[in-house]
Design a binder for this molecule. Structure first.
Ligand code: FES
Ligand code: FES
Length: 164
């Protein structure tokens, strides 16, 4: 089957491309758009390394075809960065809490954290554990990841307070 035309917004930039119907969204993001922050792990929806935001909700980009993203909005871990490529608040909290070792799970963890904090500004430790429970980490034991999400949430609440 011949390639299909798609138009997709990724991290606020509009892209148009021709892709094979069988190309997954994660392969499109990495191989075509060179947004390589999104990782490929299990390729069947288990590990969460490929998580991205899709129209504002977290999804597994290994389980979608790129053609299904036609007309939609995607945010990858690169989209969490701050001004001029500085670390965003979640990225900075992960760095400060040493919430990674090999880093393979980290993009997916950050997307899970972002999805949680978008809907819950004051998550409990249990709610954070639940939010990242679909993302597998082989290295950290999760404790520092949970601490990082707590720190990011705390800082966001502080920033919101500062603006009042
Ligand atoms: S690579 Fe998509 S869930 Fe593991
Ligand atoms: S830091 Fe290695 S898999 Fe999570």
């Amino acid at each position: 089957m011949s390639d299909l035309a798609i138009a997709v917004t990724v991290n606020g930039i509009d892209y148009q491309a021709h892709v094979a119907p069988r190309m997954t969204l994660v392969d499109f993001l990495r191989d075509i758009l060179r947004q390589t922050g999104t990782h490929v792990g299990c390729e069947h929806g288990i590990c969460g390394a490929c998580s991205v935001m899709f129209d504002g909700a977290p999804i597994r980009s290994c389980l979608m075809f790129a053609v299904q993203a036609d007309g939609h909005d995607v945010m990858t871990v690169e989209g969490l960065a701050g001004e001029a490529g500085a670390l965003g608040d979640i990225q900075d909290a992960f760095w400060e809490c040493h919430a990674m070792q090999c880093g393979y799970c980290t993009p997916g963890m950050m997307i899970a954290a972002h999805a949680l904090l978008e809907t819950n500004a004051s998550p409990t430790t249990e709610e954070i554990r639940e939010a990242v429970s679909g993302n597998l980490c082989r290295c950290t034991g999760y404790t520092q990841i949970v601490e990082a999400v707590e720190l990011a949430a705390e800082r966001r609440r502080g920033a919101a307070g500062d603006r009042q």
